[in-house]
Design a protein around this ligand. Structure first.
Ligand code: PMP
Length: 443
């Protein structure tokens, strides 16, 4: 049953209360079926993703090809790319799919070093270290950076990998209200007196952790204000750019570029390769000293098998496309396309009367359903018309804040988006989730 539950909550933010989980499994949909057994695109086994950059997926059940509105492949690099794919295939032959060794025991290939150089260059930091898994990056790096006697101040909507890493570090954890710089400052003031030198505080170290774009709400971090506060109270800023690197900013450099923050002002830059870069793994970018320290001390660098060489090649190639080093302007076009697609889709949904969360330019747009019993009907009706949407609910969100989460990609064409809007509009009427009056057509 916990697998069923995860179908509705692909990203679980940690569950404390086993009994609430059991209660959730008993909730029935509008047709009297337990919602845990109702159809959902993400219960299915996927037979294949299309070779048109993950835009469609083929399910093993009777509904076959669907327009994929759930993939994190924001730039459409996943599945197949004219520049990346041949290089990935070649690297698989040259280095094999796995190094079968840790970074320090023969698992560092030319590609690994090249990847770290490219990541540092792309995000604007002196140095970078890469790991085989994004989740494990937060999970293993936080305990390497801070421990007992340290203080972590974490946004209330931070991803489970951060929550787990923070807990595993042994540091004291305080949570501030989601994306609220004023509450962050209040929490900091409670912990230290303003202007106190680092050495005179009760904490050995303070790390403030935020995300660039929050995956449950699609909103952008209030990074400029948060950085000002971190500087004022001499706390380190840790930024997880899983959903923003490559997805936003004129040249794809994430929220720093979009919001005008200097990368030098973010002490620890974290990100994953599983979204915009169409690969797997994660990175930390920062000062030379920070990265060297992690290379000597972080267990996930010392004891885990290094990132798969073809996965590393996929990331290097994708970054090269974004930098224009493939000799084309495809990267710039992809970035312009995702912005245009996201802003078009969001504003059309709003005009139809849906309550859509998130900010301009964000490719994540949750549509609020509120009532979790509406989830199966929404998902099923969209699937009937070959549109696959990820549904998110408890425990990833509070029980009565269920939502459908749309992820837009640069590989969606205007026709795809128009078709998806028609389907979502019809299903929205059927399920009753247009909470605002629709705008008149001729306005
Ligand atoms: N950080 C954030 C903010 C995420 O949303 C995710 C997963 N979507 C991760 C880290 C973990 O990354 P990965 O899936 O690449 O392991």
């Amino acid at each position: 049953s916990s697998n069923n539950l995860q179908g509705y909550a692909p990203i679980c933010l940690g569950l404390e209360d086993f009994y609430i989980r059991r209660l959730y499994l008993r909730i029935q949909d509008c047709f009297g079926r337990p919602i845990s057994s109702a159809p959902n695109a993400w219960f299915d086994v996927i037979e294949r993703y299309s070779n048109d950059n993950n835009k469609t997926l083929t399910r093993t059940t009777k509904i076959s090809r669907c327009l994929n509105l759930g993939s994190y492949s924001y730039l459409g690099f996943a599945a197949s790319d004219e520049y990346c794919t041949p290089r990935v295939v070649e690297s698989s032959k040259r280095y094999s799919p796995s190094t079968c060794s840790s970074r320090v025991d023969g698992g560092t290939t030319v590609l690994h070093n090249q990847l770290e150089k490219y990541v540092a260059k792309f995000v604007g930091k002196p140095s970078a270290i890469v790991f085989g898994m994004g989740f494990a990056t937060n999970n293993a790096v936080l305990p390497a950076l801070i421990g007992k006697g340290g203080l972590i101040i974490s946004d209330s909507l931070n991803h489970n990998s951060i929550v787990n890493g923070a807990r595993g570090s042994g540091a004291t954890i305080r949570v501030f209200q989601h994306n609220s710089p004023s509450h962050l400052e209040e929490v900091l003031r409670e912990q230290i007196a303003e202007g106190q030198p680092r050495t005179h505080r009760p904490w050995k170290k303070i790390i403030v952790i935020v995300e660039g774009i929050y995956s449950m709400k699609g909103d952008l971090c209030k990074l400029p204000e948060i950085i000002t506060i971190c500087k004022k109270y001499k706390a380190y800023a840790y930024l997880d750019e899983a959903h923003s690197i490559g997805a936003v900013g004129k040249t794809g450099r994430g929220v720093c570029e979009l919001l005008g923050v200097e990368p030098a002002d973010v002490d620890i830059m974290m990100g994953t390769f599983t979204k915009s870069f169409g690969s797997c793994g994660g990175y930390i970018a920062g000062s030379k000293e920070l990265i060297q320290y992690l290379k000597y001390t972080c267990p996930a660098h010392l004891y885990a098998t290094s990132i798969s060489p073809p996965a590393a090649e996929q990331i290097i190639s994708a970054i090269k496309v974004l930098l224009g080093e493939d000799g084309t302007s495809r990267g710039a076009k992809k970035l312009a396309q995702i912005r245009e697609n996201s802003n078009f889709f969001r504003s059309e949904l709003q005009k139809m009367g849906f309550e859509v969360l998130g900010d301009k330019d964000s490719p994540i747009m949750p549509i609020m359903l509120y009532n979790p019993a509406k989830i199966p009907a929404f998902s099923r009706e969209c699937l009937k018309q070959n549109v696959a949407v990820v549904m998110v609910s408890f425990p990833a969100t509070p029980l009565l804040l269920a939502r459908a989460r749309i992820c837009i990609s640069a590989s969606h064409t205007k026709e795809d988006l128009v078709k998806a809007l028609e389907v979502i509009s019809q299903v929205g009427d059927l399920v009753g989730i247009k909470y605002f009056p629709a705008e008149p057509e001729n306005q």
